[in-house]
Design a protein. Structure first.
Length: 250
């Protein structure tokens, strides 16, 4: 029994599994990373091409900022959740999700060394089947135009959510490419100056990291502390270290 535990620990601490829950997790990260665009992009294309009312396709243009805004909000919720709750020692979630978020506050630049799979693989694991749920009826069914609009919006939101950690990584680069800087200054993706607010202790605001569009508003209405109050009704409290940092700030 002890030898089995030791072997598992050795595998988990191997360099190739440093940012994962083990070999199986790494396999699904790679599988999902390369499968995701083959599933999500067709949803975006088919939703528009097969839309019945050609003259009304401008609706899709209106959905572009809404999908990007939704991605920003969703990534904020996820970021807030893993920053605020749970333990790094929890089975699977602790090592695969919570630990990377917590370690990132200690060494923000470390993520700039990650491969594409490490950067977006976890998100792709969840996003690929979500996108597939919209692709199937578009390929094999006769969905309504309303469904096509919803599929386009959802796929765009999913696409933005998947790319978010890549945008996050770029926000920490010392010398990003000119086109990345252009996107950041245009506020289409997360910029370093905006994201610096979150990296100020106790790291408890400005969680949205697709483009940061939602951050100022959510901060102004005290959204995150309100969410924590609601969660506390179920007896769940933020992990101790973040509460200590808040007390120091106070």
């Amino acid at each position: 029994m002890n030898s089995e535990a030791t072997t598992q620990d050795i595998i988990r601490e191997a360099p190739e599994y440093k940012h994962s829950a083990g070999p199986v997790h790494v396999f699904f990260e790679h599988l999902a990373t390369y499968t995701f665009p083959l599933v999500c992009l067709p949803v975006l294309v088919l939703s528009v091409l097969d839309y019945g009312k050609t003259s009304d396709r401008y609706f899709f243009l209106a959905l572009l900022p809404l999908g990007w805004l939704a991605a920003d909000f969703i990534t904020g919720l996820i970021h807030w959740g893993f920053d605020t709750y749970g333990s790094q020692t929890m089975p699977f979630l602790g090592r695969a999700f919570i630990k990377p978020f917590r370690d990132h506050h200690t060494d923000p630049k470390e993520m700039t060394t990650h491969s594409l799979t490490v950067t977006i693989g976890n998100t792709c694991i969840a996003a690929t089947p979500a996108a597939a749920a919209f692709l199937y009826p578009l390929l094999f069914g006769t969905p309504s135009d309303t469904f096509r609009l919803f599929a386009f919006f959802s796929a765009l939101t999913i696409f933005g959510t998947v790319l978010t950690n890549q945008f996050h990584k770029w926000a920490h680069l010392d010398n990003p490419s000119g086109w990345i800087v252009f996107l950041q200054k245009s506020k289409l993706i997360l910029g370093p100056k905006h994201h610096h607010v979150h990296h100020t202790k106790p790291h408890d605001t400005y969680y949205c990291i697709t483009n940061g569009w939602m951050d100022a508003f959510l901060h102004k209405i005290n959204f995150w502390r309100g969410m924590e109050t609601m969660v506390s009704w179920f007896g769940v409290k933020p992990y101790g270290h973040i509460l200590e940092e808040r007390n120091i700030r106070a």
